[in-house]
Ligand binder design. Structure first.
Ligand SMILES: Nc1ncnc2c1ncn2[C@@H]1O[C@H](COP(=O)(O)OP(=O)(O)OP(=O)(O)O)[C@@H](O)[C@H]1O
Length: 251
């Protein structure tokens, strides 16, 4: 059965302050990547925490075709305070909520995800000794090793260099197809969004202002209305649409 996720009139309040309201989406399915974009403080992380069940609020989050531990969420802040090594932490993540005995397939999955993310060389380093980008890759490894059916990633590439961003996002896209995983991710870089996302959902000022196929949503109008910059969309040599920024929007 294919995993599905649909939001219906979803909102978030912190105390009496409403920071997000009325988010209604089409059905997001296994095998698809949906990017959530929008300016700082728009409400994207709040939406992720609400979908992950860490915040209560109005509206309905309909999840289908998923086993009990099928939804995994990777938060924006991946700082750690532990004496575990990378390998231990990824293995522990793999066993979370499952049987305590470590089997061969658990070890194979840990090896595979470390290789996929090209972090085998730091497998036996302590988490506290890692750089910000390495920590973010380990956090991704801890999330992917659980083989979720619905994967929620809040800015998973914010600490990565350009090469790693391209590599990680194409891995996420190919895993979504291969495992029929429904991926929802927040990314600020619109060029990366155009490479990875099937669908884009735009949050601005606590509401969803646009939702549709990536190339239909990321347009010069969006750049001007939401990001206050003038720009255009052109194709790179591999025919992927890319944003060219001309400068701050002219008044
Ligand atoms: N724990 C909290 N208590 C009160 N207000 C909060 C809390 N967390 C976030 N907010 C507020 O909710 C609004 C949305 O924040 P959120 O973190 O969801 O934005 P975001 O779109 O993820 O931003 P960014 O792109 O900067 O990460 C902001 O005004 C923020 O100040």
């Amino acid at each position: 059965m294919v995993a599905t996720l649909q939001l219906n009139d979803v909102g978030v309040r912190y105390g009496r302050q409403e920071v997000l309201s009325g988010v209604t989406t089409p059905v997001m399915k296994g095998g698809e990547v949906t990017a959530v974009i929008g300016p700082n403080a728009a409400g994207k992380s709040s939406l992720f925490r609400r979908i992950a069940g860490l915040l209560a609020g109005p509206g309905e989050i309909a999840i289908g075709g998923v086993s009990s531990c099928g939804v995994c969420y990777m938060p924006q802040d991946t700082s750690v305070n532990t004496v575990l090594t990378v390998y231990e932490s990824v293995l522990l993540a793999r066993k979370q909520g499952g049987h305590h005995r470590v089997r061969d397939d658990d070890l194979e999955s840990v090896d595979e995800v470390l290789a996929d993310l090209r972090i085998e060389s730091i497998a036996f380093r302590g988490l506290c000794e890692l750089s910000g980008g390495q920590r973010q890759l380990v956090s991704l490894a801890q999330t992917l090793v659980r083989e979720p059916q619905i994967l929620l990633l809040d800015e998973p590439t914010s600490a990565l260099d350009l090469h790693r961003q391209v590599e990680v996002l194409s891995l996420i896209r190919s895993l979504s197809r291969k495992r029929q995983m429904c991926v929802v991710l927040a990314v600020h870089d619109l060029n990366q969004v155009l490479r990875v996302a099937d669908r884009v959902l735009v949050i601005d000022g606590g509401t969803m202002v646009r939702c549709g196929p990536a190339e239909a949503v990321i347009t010069p109008d969006l750049l001007r209305d939401i990001y206050k910059v003038d720009g255009r969309i052109e194709r790179c040599s591999r025919l992927c649409a890319q944003v060219i920024i001309d400068g701050p929007a002219a008044h």
